[in-house]
Design a protein around this ligand. Structure first.
Ligand code: NAD
Length: 419
């Protein structure tokens, strides 16, 4: 391997090495190279509280902080964020953008890249992204494309961006008939999960974010499932304990965030270029990307209905028993998440969704489904149309008798005026 002295490194987070492998028989050669990244993750309270010097110290060596901030977050916290850097004597420049699902397209990426260029951000200077999952995906992609790779720090201000989209190695925008079709693998060099931001979340945004935590519990972490079964409703009602003075609940909220991050990054963070499809955290994300946008669903309700579909299929296949299937569906439903939607009745759309996922995952479906018990999974390589049809019929029957006939509370983007 050809190692280069570390003083020539472009930035401290990225490393790598490579070698030339000759083919003596025909005189050709291959290039073999590896790339490494070090990405830190922290659960913290009050990241922009003036007494908390962590972030200011992090940026001190760059002499400034260049940031992109979600418009709603700026309205609620902008003054505090700017005041924080002022209090620490650090110059700062910010671009404030609206980042809704309908904005998750290339023009927003361009706008952010233009800002980075205007600010003359260099290849070793970490930009700061503060916002929800949409901004995490779009801002992360803008960083990936700027100078081909510009590091970024992610502060997720929604549940989804704190524990999933924020630390995710996948940055993306929607387009070309599929959600998240265009993107790049580019994970932040630092993720800060600070649940104090959750206090101002719209209850519908808080609720749909729970789906991504449930996903990790159902498929990878039984202890997390036990915590959510016991405290999930209270976490939703109190916005993760931020609306009440209850230290025990705060401790539960911290543990839930930590376990969710640990579970997610244990799989996705250690497979940051998706070199394999043993990806438990794609549970609920096999068929739903094909119907989330046409149905106008908030992401978490698409995922929860997809998890109900997956649990039902796992039971049809004998991978779990009916009790485990029902426990998965019941907990999603109890937290107000969709476990069914009329769009699931459009069989052609569901088949198309499956076909597009097979393309995306390299020719095999690789659908993670619970197996053995809640907290463990295996992967379905193919699903025959007959199995999909039977599963959809069973799911419809099982969920018809549940509260709201299986629908979620405020599950459509249009319910929030974000259609
Ligand atoms: N890259 C990945 O691996 C990955 C994983 C999961 C989800 N995602 C993506 O994440 C997106 C959903 O994320 P989301 O739910 O964060 O949506 P979002 O980014 O649209 O945020 C929801 C709303 O909350 C507002 N907001 C953000 N922080 C707030 C706060 N602290 N207080 C009040 N309002 C606040 C935003 O302005 C927005 O209106 C989807 O596009 C999904 O595809 C990506």
């Amino acid at each position: 391997m050809h190692q280069v002295d570390s003083r020539y490194r472009t930035s401290k987070w990225y490393g790598g090495s490579g070698e030339i492998v000759p083919h003596p028989a025909d005189g050709a050669f291959s290039v073999r190279a590896q790339f490494t990244i070090e990405s830190d993750v922290r659960v913290m309270h009050g990241v922009f509280e003036p007494h908390n010097a962590f972030l200011a110290d992090y940026y001190r060596e760059y002499g400034r902080c260049v940031m992109v901030v979600d418009q709603t977050v700026d309205e609620l916290y902008g003054e505090g964020i700017r005041g924080y850097f002022d209090a620490h004597g650090l110059p700062h420049r910010s671009l404030v953008v609206r980042a809704w699902e309908v904005d998750k397209h290339q023009p927003l990426v361009d706008r952010i890249m233009h800002f980075f260029a205007e600010q003359r951000v260099s290849r070793h200077e970490p930009v700061l992204i503060v916002g929800g999952g949409v901004l995490a995906d779009v801002g992360g992609l803008a960083a990936a494309l700027s100078h081909r790779r510009t590091p970024y720090v992610m502060i997720g201000t929604t549940i989804i961006s704190a524990i999933d989209a924020g630390p995710s190695p996948r940055t993306c925008v929607n387009g070309h008939r599929f959600k998240n079709r265009l993107g790049a693998f580019h994970m932040p060099v630092l993720t800060i999960a600070d649940h104090s931001f959750f206090r101002t979340l719209h209850p519908a945004h808080l609720r749909h974010g729970m789906a991504e935590i449930l996903k990790m519990a159902f498929i990878d972490d039984h202890a997390l499932y036990t915590l959510l079964a016991a405290h999930g409703e209270r976490l939703v009602e109190t916005r993760f304990g931020t609306l009440v003075d209850d230290p025990a609940l705060t401790a539960v909220a911290d543990t839930v965030l930590y376990r969710a991050l640990r579970s997610y990054l244990g799989h996705e963070g250690t497979n940051p270029w998706e070199v394999h499809q043993a990806r438990p955290h794609a549970f609920g994300h096999t068929w739903s990307p094909g119907y989330e946008l046409p149905a106008g669903l908030l992401h978490g309700h698409a995922v929860s209905s997809g998890m109900a579909l997956g649990a039902t299929m796992a039971a049809e296949m004998g991978w779990i028993d009916g009790g485990e299937r029902d426990a998965i569906i019941e907990l999603c439903s109890r937290l107000g998440l969709a476990v069914h939607h009329p769009v699931l009745g459009d069989f052609d759309l569901m088949l198309d969704a499956q076909a597009m996922m097979i393309e995306k995952r390299g020719g095999t479906l690789w659908a993670p489904l619970p197996k053995g018990a809640i907290g463990a999974c295996d992967y379905a390589e193919r699903v025959e149309p007959s199995l999909l049809k039977a599963t959809l019929a069973t799911q419809k029957r099982l969920t018809a008798g549940l509260p709201r006939e299986g629908l979620g509370i405020q599950m459509h983007r249009s319910d929030l005026g974000m259609g």
